[in-house]
Write a protein that binds this ligand. Structure first.
Ligand code: NAG
Ligand code: NAG
Ligand code: NAG
Length: 172
């Protein structure tokens, strides 16, 4: 009996010794470059996207695919467009911006959660720019899907129609 207990104890110790390296590995710090953090958020500064079309794009745009998002220097690249709504990553730097698309999800979530919060029934427009601490920003705004992905910069509309076809951005 004593012998059996001894064997079992030894086996348990051996198993826990095998298990522990995996546990340690999970807690190891990530080696990759620092993930971008969010800085200032500007709401309603551009012609708007439609809230429903934005929500729809959120479910399939690049961030859902785990691919690399490559944005040329000094360019706003449109990563999704639906009817008259767009999602953009704008690289302010003179170098190409290449990051895993998944890092941008929190940026558009921030815009969707904090900008133009009024109910869709009362106001369907949404626009916003979420800045990062790494020389790029992410934008939800009006988009002309007939234009090339790098040819439009998000902007306010003309004085007589600043919000564009999707209407104004309003908060509760
Ligand atoms: C991007 O990140 C996701 C989630 O962490 C990961 O599954 C995917 O493999 C990464 N893609 C690349 C190209 O590294
Ligand atoms: C597309 O957007 C315009 C306004 O920008 C709207 O009048 C039209 O109904 C939309 N079409 C669809 C199919 O959602
Ligand atoms: C780094 C880069 O990949 N490209 C430029 C555009 O913005 C990025 C932010 O990651 C800057 O680092 C660049 O210099």
């Amino acid at each position: 009996m004593d012998h059996l207990i001894h064997v079992l104890m030894t086996l348990l110790l051996a198993l826990s010794a095998m298990a522990s390296p995996a546990v340690v590995a999970i807690h190891e710090p990530r080696a990759a470059a620092a993930a971008p953090n969010q800085k200032a958020l500007n709401c309603g500064i551009f012609s708007t996207a439609d809230k429903h079309d934005f929500m729809d794009m959120q479910s399939y745009w690049a961030v859902t695919k785990g691919e690399m998002c490559t944005t040329p220097a000094k360019t706003c690249r449109r990563y999704a467009c639906k009817n008259t709504s767009g999602i953009y990553i704008c690289n302010d730097s003179t170098a190409e911006l290449k990051l895993n698309c998944t890092v941008f999800h929190d940026f558009t979530n921030s815009i969707g959660g904090k900008c133009c919060t009024k109910d869709y029934h009362d106001s369907k427009g949404i626009s916003g720019r979420q800045w990062s601490d790494q020389d790029f920003n992410v934008v939800v705004a009006y988009g002309n899907c007939n234009h090339g992905i790098d040819s439009d910069k998000p902007a306010p509309g003309p004085k007589n129609d600043p919000w564009g076809p999707n209407g104004l951005c309003e908060d509760d």
